[in-house]
Write a protein that binds this ligand. Structure first.
Ligand code: GLY
Ligand code: MN
Ligand code: MN
Length: 429
């Protein structure tokens, strides 16, 4: 890991909060993520399962966590199993957690090698009544390849068919959506690194640079500040490419007169930033570009005011849609007639703003949270309106990360330049 060590208190608190929600005499089991093949015997960079990390702080493959607060053997109320290293692994893959390091990272005292997992589990599981297992219940996700948690659940149900099986995910969906002070600090760190990368880009961009050269500037800044890398595939979309919502070829030349839409964010200690900005390649917006830019910025400012505790997901998105509609009329992209005859299920504004305004942000970029609960203090949400005009080869999106507090909200990206004048000033200084 490139990030600095974290305090185990974060993970101890998370475990304490989690076990409070279990039925009595329950055991809960969590697995590290799979390692995925990239090529031959090579794997993709390891990415820890978000729930496993949330409860353990352990950022390594082939580990298992057992939580059994009512375990009759006090030694096994919390147990962590680690992949046992050896000289061969040390030479070929490098350092793995020692038991002492894992204790320091997680706060868990009972630590064993993975080889002991089945026998220790068997020695306690038949004293429990309920087994909580975890799967990826993110409502944006549908699996096509059976991943570790699914294989584990199938295997365990065959070995212990008569227990009462329950789901950990609804508990984690609730807990993870409320960010603790340490999680907020880590997200702020990811935002601050993203800010530095954006400022570097503002000084770098000029007509003729390529999208991939800009991508290289960003990753340079991320890595030198101990970010793991990009939180998601970065979008560096100049001119017409900005109208491809998930564009990440990033292989075109940035042309004089075009606007570039960026959507990138750093990942630091598994926490993520998610930022979008749109800047003129030559350092000056045209009048039309500026008008569209300022329309998006006004929608963002109004939407941000609505990201407060108690707001309801659908009502919030409908209100933003109304504000966007009036901006699109102001830009001459819609007229009143379009709006009068619109299908409420597919409002006219969606022709130019086809994605949602917000999503939760945390250990997952599209974080695990309910769409059916009002916003709560401690949520971090993105605010990301955009206007995409194919016939003008212009797409503008602005995106900041907003923390809901008792008194309203705090923009974790408030320090990242966003006013059109500020963008131009930095680009031309
Ligand atoms: N970068 C992904 C998103 O904005 O949702
Ligand atoms: Mn984004
Ligand atoms: Mn986003």
């Amino acid at each position: 890991m490139k990030y600095l060590p974290l305090s185990s208190d974060l993970f101890t608190n998370n475990r304490n909060n989690f076990v409070l929600r279990l039925k009595s005499n329950s055991i809960a089991i969590f697995n590290s993520s799979d390692e995925y093949t990239k090529s031959g015997d090579q794997t993709f960079t390891f990415k820890q399962n978000a729930d496993f990390f949330y409860l353990s702080g352990i950022d390594q493959e082939q580990c298992v966590l057992i939580l059994y607060p009512d375990c009759p053997n006090p030694l096994y109320k919390e147990v962590l199993f680690l992949r046992q290293t050896n000289e061969h692994i040390a030479v070929w893959e490098g350092h793995k957690y020692t038991k002492e390091e894992a204790l320091n990272a997680s706060g868990i005292k009972s630590i064993y090698w993975l080889d002991d997992f089945n026998s220790i589990l068997h020695s306690i599981i038949n004293y429990s009544d309920n087994i909580y297992l975890n799967t990826n219940e993110n409502d944006r996700y549908q699996y096509t390849v059976p991943y570790k948690d699914l294989r584990f659940a199938k295997d365990l149900r065959e070995r212990y068919p008569l227990h009462n099986y329950l789901r950990s995910a609804p508990i984690l969906r609730d807990l993870r959506s409320i960010k603790s002070p340490t999680e907020i600090e880590l997200t702020q760190k990811a935002c601050d690194i993203t800010n530095d990368a954006f400022k570097r880009v503002l000084k770098f961009v000029k007509p003729g640079v390529t999208e991939y050269e800009i991508e290289a500037e960003i990753i340079h800044e991320f890595i030198r500040q101990r970010a793991t890398g990009h939180a998601y595939n970065p979008i560096i979309a100049s001119g017409p490419n900005a109208n491809i919502l998930h564009y990440n070829d990033n292989n075109q030349v940035c042309k004089d007169g075009d606007v570039i839409l960026f959507d990138f964010g750093a990942e630091y200690a598994n926490y993520n930033a998610d930022m979008s900005r749109s800047i003129p390649v030559n350092g000056r917006f045209t009048d039309r570009q500026r008008a569209v830019y300022n329309a998006v910025l006004r929608v963002m400012k109004e939407a941000t005011k609505m990201i407060i505790a108690g707001a309801i997901w659908n009502e919030y998105h409908e209100e933003v849609g109304k504000i966007m509609t009036s901006e699109l009329i102001g830009l001459g992209l819609l007229d009143k007639h379009d709006v009068e005859k619109q299908n409420p299920a597919m409002p006219a504004y969606k022709k130019y703003f086809m994605h949602g305004t917000s999503h939760h942000l945390g250990l997952d970029v599209h974080d695990f949270a309910s769409r059916y609960e009002p916003f709560r203090v401690g949520n971090i949400l993105t605010c990301e309106p955009g206007i995409y005009i194919q016939k003008e080869n212009l797409g503008i999106r602005l995106e900041n990360n907003i923390l809901i507090t008792e008194g309203g909200n705090i923009d974790l990206m408030a320090a990242i330049p966003i006013e059109a004048d500020d963008i131009e000033e930095i680009m031309n200084s």
